[in-house]
Ligand binder design. Structure first.
Ligand code: NAD
Ligand code: DAU
Length: 349
């Protein structure tokens, strides 16, 4: 094998698309997927590649420093692509500690293990930290997040991600650890856990349940199809400059309520329901505390420097996503049984 890459969080939503892309595109890389399999991690996401000769899964928790050192010692990765995280804003409001442990301490453990293994001989080594646009805080009606926008995180989730970004840059500055970092906007697509807006609402429409829109519904997000994020990660990992940050976004802003109406229309068509049936499920509920009003990414740096841009339009991506959920009801039924019901009760009752 030419290289060994350790991908953390590879059983989650975005991580599973990244693992699949790397396993299929780089048969001469050994891909080690490290994941603790929390409620958000699911090996069913990787059924199609689980027996690939260049793939191995390791169940491990990034909050355990000794385990991380042992994993690095055993596999001796040349590169790390770090996606493992607690990722849901609402859960971070209910219980911030898990976010601080995993997102901050877990990232520190990986940085220490990489630094120790690579022992300051960084030739051919790279630590890629996958982060979010939420670290920049909230925009008003106009403007975009640039790579130079000052950090202003507003939720426990985004504060924990901001802390992890600072740690990565600090290790780059202090120990010259070679890193790249990306801040991406909202992803959507297959395998998205149905606690996030789009898959939650697809699942609720499927089950004729209310669609809980927070506040006035006029919050704005910039949506990107998950496979395009995985393509961007591939490009930045291979061609990004050491020490650089790249923003990744969909050039695709939607107010939540407009997005939900489009989703309802498409679901009615696909489920052969009378037009307007799903929209009747829209229910405005109490707002998310500290809810960021608007996110919008200026992704021109990655576009101009690395030639990346989204390949899938929003309409195409939404169609592919809905079709995937309707064809994978078993997956949805699995992930929405057990603990999910308890979470749903606590969050929405
Ligand atoms: P996800 O919640 O779907 O998956 C997270 C994965 O990390 C799961 O497989 C989980 O089992 C694993 N994990 C959690 N805690 C762990 C621990 N302590 N040790 C090992 N593994 C652990 O998340 P996602 O939406 O796929 O996000 C992946 C990354 O991308 C995160 O770092 C997130 O901050 C970032 N990101 C997400 C989005 C988005 O829209 N979803 C946008 C930008 C950036
Ligand atoms: O911007 C990138 C971030 O996008 C990632 O870093 C996070 O990991 C990811 O979860 C996502 O965060 P958001 O908070 O933007 O995503 P979520 O799907 O939870 O919410 C999208 C919008 O929809 C937001 O304005 C809140 C609203 N919403 C969400 C839920 C779950 C509702 O109105 N009702 C809901 O039930």
């Amino acid at each position: 094998m030419k290289k060994t890459l350790l991908i953390t969080g590879g059983a989650g939503f975005i991580g599973s698309h990244v693992v699949r892309l790397f396993v299929n595109k780089y048969p001469d890389y050994k891909i080690v997927n490290l994941d603790a399999l929390t409620y958000a991690g699911n090996l069913e996401n990787l059924k199609d590649i689980e027996h690939a000769p260049n793939y191995e899964f390791v169940r491990a928790d990034i909050t355990e420093p000794a385990t991380m050192n042992a994993v690095f010692e055993k596999y001796r990765p040349d590169g790390v692509i770090h996606l493992a995280a607690e990722s849901h804003v609402d859960r971070s409001i209910a219980d911030p500690n898990a976010f601080i442990q995993t997102n901050v301490m877990g990232t520190a453990n990986l940085l220490n293990a990489a630094r120790y293994l690579w022992k300051d001989n960084y030739e051919g080594k790279r630590f890629y930290h996958v982060s979010t646009d939420e670290v920049y805080g909230s925009l008003g009606e106009t403007g975009f997040f640039l790579e130079t926008t000052p950090y202003d995180p507003q939720s426990p989730y985004s504060a924990s991600k901001a802390a992890s970004d600072h740690l990565v840059r600090a290790y780059g500055n202090t120990y010259h650890l070679p890193f790249v970092l990306t801040n991406c906007s909202n992803n959507y697509g297959p395998n998205h856990f149905p606690e996030k807006l789009i898959p939650l609402f697809i699942n609720n429409i499927r089950n004729n349940k209310p669609l809980p829109v927070y506040g006035d519904g006029k919050y704005t997000r910039d949506w990107l199809y998950v496979v395009d994020h995985a393509r961007a990660i591939d490009m930045v990992f291979h061609n990004g400059k050491n020490g650089e940050t790249y923003n990744i976004g969909g050039f695709n802003e939607w107010q939540n309520i407009e997005l939900v109406k489009l989703l309802c229309k498409k679901m009615d068509e696909k489920l052969h329901r009378e037009e307007g049936t799903s929209a009747h499920l829209i229910t405005y509920i109490k707002d998310r505390p500290g809810h960021d009003r608007r996110y919008a990414i200026d992704a021109n740096k990655i576009k101009n420097e690395l030639g990346w841009e989204p390949s899938v339009t929003f309409e195409e991506g939404l169609d592919k996503t809905i079709d995937w959920y309707l064809a994978n009801e078993e997956w949805l039924n699995h992930v929405t049984s057990g603990d999910y019901q308890k979470y749903y009760q606590e969050q929405y009752s």
